[in-house]
Design a protein around this ligand. Structure first.
Ligand code: NI
Ligand code: MN
Length: 226
């Protein structure tokens, strides 16, 4: 299985002959090395409805005839925009032909903002994503605050965890370091930083401070082989 990072919270997983994109915010994301017009995807997994996570989902899904897996309210909203969806919700898992997906809690908001109409469309609860394939476990925390039930994630023996460190909207580096310790993932990759001035952070300082050599900074386009 190949896992790559593409700036902000964009993660790509290649497994079982399928390409899976998580939170494909490409246009408007200066940190991203992908092009929304030619990126390949069989599946798009979304953590929540904020524009910096839904991103280019509708265009990418229509062009690739991709399946969009998201929390129920967000999946319903995107289904109305003409994409194939599979709704899920927090605590639920489903076995797909590309792997097993389980949604976790995230302490955050979830809404799609239509700037033109000055409308906020609430899209239910935000989530994190556990992804299981080829005997490996990946955790994408989405946007979240630190919360004590993260300790429960330890039982999934996570191989790679993507944790936000940007602060302001999510955990900052200090809280993310506590989360990393609780989760006990073999590798912890910081995400959701340096996309906007308000979330500027030093990912290397964060990674170096983690115990067990878990910290692993990925630059946009960097790949891990699991
Ligand atoms: Ni958000
Ligand atoms: Mn965000």
């Amino acid at each position: 299985m190949k896992v790559s990072f593409h700036g902000h919270s964009v993660v790509k997983i290649e497994t079982n002959g399928k390409t899976i994109l998580i939170d494909p915010f490409i246009n408007g994301n200066d940190q991203c090395d992908l092009k929304a017009d030619d990126v390949k995807a069989d599946v798009i997994l979304l953590t929540h409805g904020h524009n910096d996570h839904v991103g280019d989902t509708v265009d990418i899904a229509k062009r690739n005839d991709a399946l969009v897996v998201a929390p129920f309210e967000l999946a319903t909203y995107l289904g109305w925009k003409g994409v194939n969806t599979h709704p899920m919700h927090i605590g639920g898992a489903h076995e797909f032909d590309f792997g097993r997906v389980k949604l976790t809690q995230a302490f955050h908001g979830s809404a799609y903002t239509d700037e033109e109409k000055q409308e906020i469309i609430y899209t239910g609860m935000p989530s994190g994503i556990l992804f299981f394939a080829e005997g490996k476990t990946i955790y994408h925390a989405g946007d979240t605050a630190l919360y004590s039930d993260m300790k429960l994630l330890e039982k999934y023996r996570i191989d790679v965890a993507f944790l936000p460190i940007g602060d302001n909207f999510t955990m900052g580096p200090g809280d993310a370091a506590v989360a990393a310790e609780w989760i006990g993932a073999k590798k912890v990759v910081p995400v959701h930083y340096n996309t906007f001035p308000v979330i500027e952070q030093n990912p290397d300082a964060f990674a170096d401070a983690l115990g067990n050599d878990a910290g692993h900074v990925m630059r946009p386009g960097d790949e891990l082989e699991l």
